[in-house]
Structures are given as structure tokens and as C-alpha cells.
Design a protein around this ligand. Structure first.
Ligand SMILES: [Fe+2]
Ligand SMILES: [Fe+2]
Length: 332
């Protein structure tokens, strides 16, 4: 990114302090995984675990596949912090830098770290999933990293994170809803509390892009179009368990079928962001900027048409054995 653009992020330091850091929750006011797990020092620990396992029995295998995939995605957090620190003008230069951007990234990471931690411990206690297979998948995934094609550019980077926080908000919200439908209210609460963090993070990242639209509309709309042309790659797209070369596609197919995260959600998120940033109402853009604006604004109906056509095609039910659930078979 040009030094002139880097300067924009430097000049937004105080703005970020007053407008972005306020979306972090003080540690003392945050929930912790232990608040939702049996207390190992308590007399009732064994009974509480028994009860948790009893509730989990009502949850189907395909639900576990999706919840495990979501948990693995959260557990690859080192990759996401690395990604944020590739971005020019906002990266944490020392590891403990006191710029607003660096403070945000570290505290965001610390908040996110509770998500994988809680889901991992919860799933472990259910006894329904093959933890060793899951742990291998996490190790592979962190080792593989990800390339969201944000090119060290915070305009692209924060568009990506705006999209992703909303995607995870939707996904955890849906696993909460399904847990409730299967009668597991405690697990519904677990997924719901994580979804509420994602929502708060979405608010912060979309506010950054809203500000960039205000100070630099041309570059911001061009970046939005660029990111959408590249398509938003999911953070765990390089997922591998040592066996299945298309593990991410298989996991995604189950998430799609259960309605946890679908092609329709992708279009809905885009539609939401276009409205949130009032992209259609931008004025004073360059010729290129206007083209990008048109592209982004016309993209939602285009994606929806493609999605409808894909849905119309006859599908035969395929199934797949997932190592995460001891090779039990699940319909894709
Ligand atoms: Fe998360
Ligand atoms: Fe998140």
C-alpha cells in the first residue's frame, strides 16, 4: 500500500481509539469458557458431565460434523492474528505496540480465543467425537495457514473481516438454534454466547469500513469490488485431517444441508454490507469507482440467480464417513 494510504490509518488512530476500541469488552466483564462448563473442582462434577452427555445423545451425527468444523475454524486463531498482522499501516509492529490498531488486534484475538477453547472442551466432554482426529485437523490447518488474498492491504483486510465476523455470527447462531431444537438448551447457550461476540466484532469491523468510505470512498469501493471478485474464501478452506482431500467441501456440504451456513447466507451477507455501507448512495466517485459501485450493487441479484439455478439441479444424496465422528456416515 502507498505511504499516502498508510498515512490515512495513522491519522485514524484517535478515531479508532474512540470508535473501535469501545467495542472491546473489559476482561472483567467477559464471559469465560468455564462459566459454561462443569466445574472440575466441584462435588457435582461427575453428575454434571453425565448430564451433559445425556443431553448430547439427542444430537445427530451431522450436527456434530458442523459443530466440529466450526470449532476447528475457531481453533485456527493463530492464522487469523497472523493475517491481521500482514496488513500495512495497522499491523502490530512490536508484538505489544500501543497503537489503537495493534491494541484492537491483540484484544480481539484474546476475545476470540475463548470461542475455540469453549467449543473444544464442550465437545470433548460429550464423548461423541474423535478428539485425536480433530486435533490432527487443527494442527494441519494451522500449519497450512490461509490466503484470503488481502495483499497486505487493510482496505481489503477489513472488508474480509467484516464479512467473516457476520458469517460466523450467522453460523454460530444457527448451531444455537439447532441445539435448542434438539432439546440441548445449554449447548444452545454456548453457541449463542459465541455468536454475540461475533456480532460485536462485526459491528467494529463494519464501522472501520464505514469510516474508510467517508474519508476515501474511491479506494474503499474499489476494494469492496476487488474482494467480491476474488470471492470471500472461508478461513478454514485448507482444512485437512490426514485422509480426506476435500474435507472442507464435505464439511461445507453438511453445513449447507443443515442450514447452518449456506450459499443464501453468502448473498445475504453481501446484501447486508451493501446496505450497511450505503454503497448505492455514494457520490463523487471516479469513473473506476462508479464501475466498482455498479458491480457491487448488481452482484446480489446475480449471486441469487446462480444459487437458485444450482438448487434447481437434481441432486442425488451422497454420503461421507467423517473421521471426526469415528467414521460414522453422514449425508452430504
Ligand atoms: Fe470466533
Ligand atoms: Fe470472530
Amino acid at each position: 500500500m502507498s505511504p499516502q494510504k498508510v498515512e490515512i490509518f495513522k491519522s485514524l488512530q484517535d478515531w479508532a481509539k474512540d470508535n473501535i476500541l469501545v467495542h472491546l469488552k473489559p476482561v472483567e466483564k467477559c464471559w469465560q469458557p468455564q462459566d459454561f462448563l462443569p466445574d472440575p473442582s466441584s462435588e457435582s462434577f461427575h453428575d454434571d458431565v453425565k448430564e451433559l452427555r445425556q443431553r448430547s445423545k439427542e444430537l445427530p451425527d451431522d450436527y456434530f460434523v458442523v459443530l466440529v468444523g466450526d470449532m476447528i475454524t475457531e481453533e485456527a486463531l493463530p492464522t487469523y492474528q497472523t493475517m491481521l498482522n500482514t496488513l500495512d499501516g495497522v499491523r502490530d509492529e512490536t508484538g505489544a505496540s500501543l497503537t489503537s490498531w495493534a491494541i484492537w488486534t491483540r484484544a480481539w484475538t484474546a476475545e476470540e480465543n475463548r470461542h475455540g477453547d469453549l467449543l473444544n472442551k464442550y465437545l470433548y466432554l460429550t464423548g461423541r467425537v474423535d478428539m485425536r482426529q480433530i486435533e490432527r485437523t487443527i494442527q494441519y490447518l494451522i500449519g497450512s495457514g490461509m490466503d484470503p488474498r488481502t495483499e497486505n492491504n487493510p482496505y481489503l483486510g477489513f472488508i474480509y473481516t467484516s464479512f467473516q465476523e457476520r458469517a460466523t455470527f450467522i453460523s454460530h447462531g444457527n448451531t444455537a438454534r439447532l441445539a435448542k431444537e434438539h432439546g440441548d438448551l445449554k449447548l444452545a447457550q454456548v453457541c449463542g454466547i459465541i455468536a454475540s461476540d461475533e456480532k460485536r466484532h462485526e459491528t467494529a469491523y463494519t464501522k472501520i469500513i464505514e469510516k474508510l468510505f467517508e474519508v476515501d470512498p474511491d479506494e474503499t469501493v474499489l476494494s469492496f469490488a476487488d474482494m467480491m471478485k476474488k470471492k470471500i474464501a472461508m478461513p478454514a478452506h485448507l482444512m485437512f485431517d490426514g485422509r480426506d482431500d476435500n474435507l472442507f467441501e464435505h464439511f461445507s456440504a453438511v453445513a449447507q444441508r443443515l442450514g447452518v451456513y449456506t450459499a443464501k447466507d453468502y448473498a445475504d451477507i453481501l446484501e447486508f454490507l451493501v446496505a450497511r455501507w450505503k454503497v448505492g448512495e455514494l457520490t463523487g466517485l471516479s469513473g473506476e469507482g462508479r464501475k466498482a459501485q455498479d458491480f457491487v450493487c448488481n452482484l446480489v441479484p446475480r449471486i441469487r440467480r446462480i444459487e437458485e439455478r444450482a438448487q434447481g439441479r437434481a441432486k442425488h444424496a451422497e454420503s461421507m464417513r467423517f473421521g471426526w465422528i469415528y467414521d460414522r456416515e453422514v449425508v452430504l
